[in-house]
Ligand binder design. Structure first.
Ligand SMILES: *[C@@H]1O[C@H](CO)[C@@H](O)[C@H](O)[C@H]1NC(C)=O
Ligand SMILES: *[C@@H]1O[C@H](CO)[C@@H](O)[C@H](O)[C@H]1NC(C)=O
Ligand SMILES: *[C@@H]1O[C@H](CO)[C@@H](O)[C@H](O)[C@H]1NC(C)=O
Ligand SMILES: *[C@@H]1O[C@H](CO)[C@@H](O)[C@H](O)[C@H]1NC(C)=O
Ligand SMILES: *[C@@H]1O[C@H](CO)[C@@H](O)[C@H](O)[C@H]1NC(C)=O
Ligand SMILES: *[C@@H]1O[C@H](CO)[C@@H](O)[C@H](O)[C@H]1NC(C)=O
Ligand SMILES: CC(=O)N[C@H]1CO[C@H](CO)[C@@H](O)[C@@H]1O
Length: 493
């Protein structure tokens, strides 16, 4: 009994302790949670001074007048013509994506909730941070994501071109409701162009984000609605895009830039299949007229102009603007956004790359004219973190709205970890890369998406080289899968 009483009392004391403990925890939480929300120790990359990269402290980047660099023995020096129309030298390049236009899957760290909770694209990131903090964060990113070393590495891998996406905000003149950081990215573009010039690489600058968003995807700057041609401000935004193209065309026709910027992209991935093929085609005609009005006509008068197929398929552009001066068509060939392609087995996917993509490039070159592939990768699943948007799931494992898992056991758990890839899988990636190159070189050439990513190896050229499925010198590669298997890439079998 005594034991009983004693135990009752200590039990009471234990409850008291527990209550005091709970009260202390609540007080501690009350203090800590607001601190976390205020984030006085913001986990951005600038947290320690020595990590802050050098930023441009001036507004003038003086173009060098030396265009004699030759990137490799296969490619003409910058001051010699590059025959885009039917030369034997093909464009072999990478995209410098996730640099001057943010894309969550390329740099997931910039979309870490610690930086700006709720950000899903550049628009929301800038809105949440506010102009000052957004400019600081972006400038640190511009200064560190691409450096002179990037160009040295690309040259050493045998590449001869880079494609650089920019947003209209790089050229200023924003409306009051547009939160983008204006102008700063243009300086970094110019600095990048000087590095390209130094190593003899040609640069295709492309408008990737138009006012209102031409596709409603995050990489246009703003995900959500298409308010370009489509929508209440759509007609106005489509018109407003033209002066930006005029500015680019004028700039790149200047003798200081003409050699290093011989091609420019007028607009990335307008969603013509939603907006309407005729409307987008009519806009491209206007855009091309704007560009040629600024540059003049004929070789030596400004850059080639590139149009994107708008996901209509290359055949839809057969005969489009026939006879135009230096107009090229761009298609982006991907497996993982198409459930039918993704559900094929690897043998079928390789065959598809050789035969279908090869035939597409061949036929379009005949029926339209010069045709390039401005984006492709070796990914055969959509598991890359944030690939479908921040907080959006994956088709591969069935977590994407409306999708069905690739197979009963498909998970994304190890798909982004190259150290877990089997020898067989790496051989497949090697073959898939080589098959695509052969197919796309039936046209004017290709640009891999992307030169690097923070954590998605199937989308990173540098990771592909490090892990062995992309060759050290892309000009000097073993016979491709298509060649070995006797699969024609010119549409003849
Ligand atoms: C501007 O800054 C760049 C990079 O820091 C530097 O290379 C260049 O010489 C500077 N130009 C002028 C005019 O100060
Ligand atoms: C090169 O291509 C252009 C445009 O497609 C064509 O008009 C021309 O005849 C071609 N030149 C040669 C030498 O094949
Ligand atoms: C800025 O944009 C407006 C339309 O939004 C246009 O009327 C004006 O000409 C543009 N200004 C410059 C300097 O491009
Ligand atoms: C097209 O514009 C309308 C009207 O603004 C809008 O409701 C719709 O969502 C837009 N379509 C797309 C695909 O964004
Ligand atoms: C791959 O798919 C093709 C076409 O469906 C089929 O003919 C072939 O047998 C499959 N190969 C393997 C190894 O499953
Ligand atoms: C699922 O996993 C099990 C066990 O690892 C395996 O036996 C089965 O073949 C897999 N099924 C599919 C559809 O891949
Ligand atoms: C929500 C959103 O816009 N998601 C897009 C982000 O960009 C990827 C491609 O890089 C698209 O696949 C997503 O649909």
């Amino acid at each position: 009994m005594g034991t009983q009483n004693k135990s009752d009392r200590s039990c009471f004391r234990r409850y008291l302790c527990l209550i005091i403990l709970v009260v202390l925890v609540v007080i501690a939480a009350a203090v800590a949670i607001p601190l976390v929300l205020i984030k006085p120790w913001n986990k951005s990359k600038s947290s320690s001074p020595e990590e802050i990269p050098a930023v441009l402290n001036n507004n003038t980047i003086t173009p060098s007048s030396d265009d004699s660099a030759k990137v490799n023995s296969y490619t003409p020096a910058l001051n010699q013509p590059f025959d885009y129309a039917n030369g034997t030298v093909k464009m072999r390049g990478v995209n410098l994506g996730g640099w001057l236009v943010l894309e969550p899957f390329i740099t997931p760290s910039l979309f870490d909730p610690y930086i700006a909770s709720g950000a899903v694209d550049e628009w929301t990131l800038c809105t949440i941070l506010g102009p000052q903090a957004a400019a600081t964060l972006l400038e640190q990113h511009y200064a560190s994501w691409v450096t002179e070393d990037t160009f040295i590495k690309l040259k050493d891998l045998g590449l001869n071109h880079v494609r650089i996406p920019i947003g209209f905000w790089a050229m200023g003149n924003l409306t009051a409701d547009e939160p983008y950081v204006a102008d700063i990215s243009w300086k970094y573009l110019l600095r990048g162009i000087e590095w390209a010039r130094k190593y003899g690489m040609r640069v295709m600058v492309e408008l990737h984000g138009a006012p209102g968003s031409q596709n409603g995807w995050n990489h246009s700057g703003r995900s959500g609605q298409i308010d370009w041609i489509n929508g209440t401000m759509g007609p106005q935004n489509a018109l407003r895009t033209l002066p930006y193209l005029e500015k680019m065309a004028t700039f790149f026709s200047n003798p200081s830039y003409a050699h290093v910027n011989p091609i420019m992209g007028m607009l990335n991935e307008p969603a013509a299949y939603i907006i309407g093929a005729e409307k987008v085609m009519a806009w491209y005609k206007q855009a091309f007229a704007t560009v040629r009005a600024a540059t003049g006509t004929g070789e030596g008068h400004g850059p080639w102009a590139i149009i994107h197929d708008g996901f209509l398929g290359l055949e839809a552009w057969s005969g489009f603007m026939k006879g135009s001066d230096r107009l090229m068509l761009d298609a982006h060939q991907y497996i993982m956004f198409d459930e039918n392609l993704m559900s094929m087995n690897q043998t079928a996917q390789l065959k598809f790359a050789c035969q279908q993509w090869g035939a597409s490039s061949t036929t379009s070159t005949k029926n339209f004219g010069p045709t390039m592939v401005g984006e492709f990768s070796v990914a055969v699943n959509d598991c890359a973190t944030y690939l479908n948007g921040v907080g959006v799931g994956y088709r591969w494992d069935g977590t994407f709205p409306g999708s069905v898992a690739h197979s009963a056991n498909s998970t994304c758990t190890h798909e982004n970890d190259a150290s877990t890839y089997s020898t067989q899988y790496k051989q497949f990636l090697t073959d898939f890369f080589s098959a695509q190159l052969d197919a796309f070189e039936q046209g004017a050439g290709w640009f891999f998406w992307n030169f690097k990513t923070e954590s998605n190896p199937l989308w990173s050229y540098f990771d592909g080289v490090d892990n062995g499925w992309i060759p050290q010198d892309v000009n000097n590669r073993p016979p491709s899968y298509c060649t070995r298997m006797g699969l024609a890439v010119n549409g003849t079998n």
